[in-house]
Structure formats: structure tokens, C-alpha cells
Design a protein around this ligand. Structure first.
Ligand code: FIX
Ligand code: ZN
Length: 476
């Protein structure tokens, strides 16, 4: 420990930072992974990796005209994977980020010689070894991947509106290990998707009132015990300024007014109703209609009541090319950051985690994080999850926020992807940190190894944990 407390020599900054970043276990705060106990919903293996939607969209750029998306998706996984391997790994070199990710993963799993031989069948055999052992084999594989990737635990995306998923929670909750934590996904509520909400309520025996919508959400919180609620907002998501102004400070002042101390629902007065109306709606169950505002009337009350953060992913345009299914999602929408500012201001006791899809929103996101203590910025999402952009975003975040943010999340859909997503990100983040510490050293600050370890820990999950345990309910 005396070594830990010794100042790191300028010449050693590089090696110390790299070794700390490599050795740091991470919290992966958003993935689409589900545990082995969820059976077929737990995706792993080479065919799943090759048919990742990032690779499907890359494949279709150059696919033969005769292969239509409909035809492609009608094929079995194995066949789809063959086509993608042939096209993106044999006919051209795998130098895009998503294809290189497969290489990094296979190399770390010890399959370098199969890759050298371009031998997909041999790679498949390696995976069959685990598959033959059934659930135990999958668990063993998942454990191995977590160890290689250096992941302490990963947050899942758990969608109660999806009956395929819901069956793993009710009537009997499946057991899953500590390495998976749940996150309750509520997109239909943010999108104002009345039909989906009403169908979900009816299917589970609730009435279609707002009170029952809140109850539905509370009951799922009880079942899933989520770390946070989450949604990816519609591309045109906006929270209009509240009545009587709309300047940010106006909203903030309203948000922290005294009435919001008294009842978890007291901010209903910010929706434009006056308080007499609020009391009336408390007594009569209000039936969901076109003007129902699920965000302020369902989601925010439950987040506040349960002291659960809301994680947002902002700026994705869905179904840009619907035929490609999820590979057709994701035109990058330049988002209105004012809406996030209003949310943070209007609901000061709710904590928000946010990440933006557009590179053009990243600077504003940093500014907002430094204005609202109930906002935490995390990760480089999807089209920003490329080394060149991670570098620029991370450097800007360090310059503007120090270590009060979370550098990355994997968004992995296939267990194996944890390996490359984290190894690629670690390399970029280490490079950025070396530069930033060298600048501090040049200005006369000599960090100890212990201090560097602490900082790295914050960027890879520590800041998130601090944010998650910081309740704001009592501070206003
Ligand atoms: O909304 C999300 O959670 C996105 O991450 C996904 O919808 C997207 O398909 C994805 O996997 C991006 O990495
Ligand atoms: Zn995601």
C-alpha cells in the first residue's frame, strides 16, 4: 500500500493508467442481456453474434439484390450467420467496429487459429461444447465471459409489456444470479402509446384508469425490484414548458415549490391543472383518454414514490427502414435538450440517467449535467459507440465534468459481446485518461496510484453507484 500512496512518476502515467483501466471491474449499466434461466431469451454464441443487428444492417448495404429482408429473416439463424460471415468476413475484411468486435471476442475466447483458418464450423464446435452441457454449460460460458470482460454485474432490460419476457417473472419469478440486475423498461408510457398500455392493463386484470396504470407499474416494481425504470424516448419527444413562462429558472422554481414536499402527486399542479382539479381526480379514477399524460401522471409519481431513477436514451428514430426490423431503427435525431432540462427541473426529487444518440447533443448533455444534480450522464450509445467518437466524447466529459459521469455501457445483446465492447472501450478511455493526467502533471499535480484507481473506479461504475444511492427526496 505504500506503493499505492507513492506519487506516480510522469514517465509511468501511461503504464499505471493502462493497468488500472484494464484491472477495473465494471458495472455495465445498460445491456439487453437476460440470464441463462430465461432460456432462449439469453442470447450467446457465434450465430447470435454474427446476426447482431449492427451486422445485419452492414450486411444489407452490399447484399445481393435477390436477398430481401423478408427472405433473410425467414431463414434460420444458422443460415443468416453463414451469409453474414461470407459477406463481411470472407468477401471483405472485418475492419468495421461491429465486425472487429467479433474478432476481439473470438481471440479472447482462444479461437485465434480458427479465425486464421477462416473456419466458422470450428468456431461453432467450440460453442457446441458448452451447449451440450445444457443450462450448466450456458452458466459456465456466461461466467467465463464476465471474467474475461471484467464485468461485476450488468443491468438487464426487462420489458413487462412483452409476454415472452413476462412469463419469466410471473406467476413464478425465475431465479437469476447477482451478476444480472433488473431494469424496468417502460417505453409505451413515455411514447404515450395508449393502445399498448391499455392492452397490458386489461391482459393483467387491471382497469384502464390512471390509478390502475400506476398500480400496474408499482406491482411490476415489486416483482422485478428494478434498479431503475428506463425508456428510449421517441425521436420527437418533448416536454413543453409549463404554463406561465417556460424559462428554465421558472420551471425549476415551480419544481421545488413547497407543495411538492407534501405529496408524491403534488406536482400534478405543474401539469396545468389547478389543485382543486387534482383532488377531484384523486377521488374519481380517471379513465385513460387521448389527453392522458403517462409521464407526469403515471411514471413520475411512481419514480418519486419508490425513489427510483428514470434512465433515458434520447434521440433514436425507430423504423427508418421497417423491413430491416431492429437493424432498420436508428436515424439519429438531434434532440431538444431543453425537454430534459425541464424534466430535471420539474421533478427535482427524481433522478435521471441520460445518454444521447446524436454526437451533436453531447456538449449540451455535459452542460446540463453540471446544472442539475439529479442528472447523471452515461455511456456512448450505439452510433456513438465507435472508438473515434468515444474518444472525443470522453475527453469532453472529463474536461467538463471531471469524473462525475459514467464513461460507458455496453448495450450488449449477446453475452459474448461484453468482451469486445468493454475491451474496445477500455482502450480508448485509457488513452484519454493518460492525456488528461499528463496535462494535470504538467500543471503540477502528481497523482498517486491510489488516486488514479479511485478515479478509474468512478468512471466505470463508481459514479453511477454514488448517484444511485443518493436519494434526493429529503434534500428539498
Ligand atoms: O433502445 C435501446 O435500448 C437501444 O439500445 C436499442 O434499441 C438498439 O437496438 C441497440 O441495441 C443499440 O445499441
Ligand atoms: Zn439498448
Amino acid at each position: 500500500s505504500s506503493l499505492m500512496n507513492r506519487k506516480v512518476k510522469a514517465a509511468d502515467i501511461h503504464s499505471v493508467v493502462w493497468s488500472e483501466v484494464r484491472g477495473q471491474e465494471v458495472i455495465d449499466l445498460h445491456t439487453h442481456l437476460l440470464p441463462p434461466s430465461h432460456g432462449a431469451l439469453c442470447l450467446w454464441g457465434i450465430d447470435e453474434m454474427l446476426t447482431y443487428h449492427y451486422l445485419v444492417s452492414e450486411y444489407f448495404m452490399t447484399a445481393p439484390a435477390g436477398i430481401t429482408p423478408e427472405g433473410f429473416f425467414a431463414m434460420n439463424k444458422n443460415h443468416q450467420a453463414d451469409l453474414i460471415w461470407e459477406s463481411l468476413f470472407i468477401q471483405r475484411s472485418p475492419i468495421s467496429e461491429a465486425t472487429r468486435g467479433v474478432l476481439t471476442t473470438l481471440q479472447a475466447l482462444g479461437l485465434q487459429s480458427d479465425v486464421d483458418n477462416r473456419d466458422l464450423d470450428a468456431i461453432r464446435k467450440f460453442y457446441d461444447g458448452f451447449r451440450e452441457e445444457g443450462l450448466k454449460g450456458v452458466e459456465k460460458f456466461v461466467g467465463e465471459v464476465y471474467r474475461i470482460a471484467g464485468v461485476r454485474y450488468a443491468l438487464m432490460t426487462n420489458i413487462p409489456f412483452d409476454s415472452n419476457e413476462a412469463q419469466h417473472w410471473r406467476p413464478m419469478k425465475k431465479e437469476y444470479p447477482e451478476t444480472f440486475k433488473s431494469a424496468l423498461r417502460v417505453d409505451p408510457l413515455l411514447a404515450g402509446d395508449r393502445k399498448t398500455v391499455e392492452n397490458a392493463l386489461r391482459a393483467s386484470g387491471y382497469s384502464t384508469s390512471l390509478e390502475d396504470a400506476r398500480k400496474y407499474l408499482r406491482d411490476w416494481c415489486d416483482t422485478m425490484k428494478p434498479e431503475y425504470l428506463m425508456a428510449s424516448t421517441p425521436h420527437d419527444f418533448s416536454l413543453p414548458p409549463s404554463e406561465g413562462g417556460g424559462t428554465l429558472s421558472g420551471v425549476t422554481k415551480k419544481g421545488v415549490n413547497e407543495s411538492s414536499l407534501q405529496s408524491p402527486f403534488a406536482f400534478a399542479d405543474l401539469t396545468g391543472n389547478d389543485c382543486n382539479d387534482c383532488e377531484a381526480t384523486d377521488n374519481l379514477p380517471s379513465i385513460i383518454n387521448e389527453t392522458s399524460d403517462f409521464l407526469t401522471e403515471v411514471l413520475m409519481p411512481v419514480c418519486e414514490e419508490r425513489d427510483l431513477p428514470l434512465a433515458l436514451k434520447i434521440g433514436a428514430h425507430r423504423s427508418v427502414n421497417p423491413a430491416l426490423l431492429s437493424a432498420g431503427d436508428g436515424l439519429v435525431a438531434f434532440a431538444d435538450t431543453n425537454s430534459l432540462a425541464r424534466l430535471c427541473g420539474r421533478f427535482p426529487k427524481v433522478r435521471f440517467l441520460a445518454t444521447f444518440l446524436s454526437r451533436n447533443n453531447q456538449q449540451e448533455a455535459c452542460v446540463l449535467a453540471s446544472k442539475f444534480r439529479n442528472l447523471h450522464i452515461y455511456g456512448c450509445w450505439w452510433f456513438c459507440n465507435n472508438p473515434s467518437i468515444i474518444k472525443e466524447i470522453t475527453q469532453m466529459r472529463v474536461e467538463m465534468l471531471g469524473t462525475a459521469f459514467t464513461a460507458q455501457h455496453s448495450d450488449a445483446r449477446v453475452v459474448d459481446q461484453l468482451i469486445y465492447k468493454w475491451s474496445h472501450s477500455r482502450a480508448v478511455i485509457a488513452k484519454v485518461l493518460v492525456t488528461e493526467y499528463e496535462k494535470a502533471v504538467a500543471s503540477g499535480w502528481r497523482p498517486t496510484r491510489k488516486e488514479i484507481r479511485r478515479d478509474v473506479g468512478r468512471l466505470f461504475g463508481g459514479s453511477f453507484s454514488e448517484f444511485m444511492t443518493k436519494s434526493l427526496r429529503m434534500t428539498f
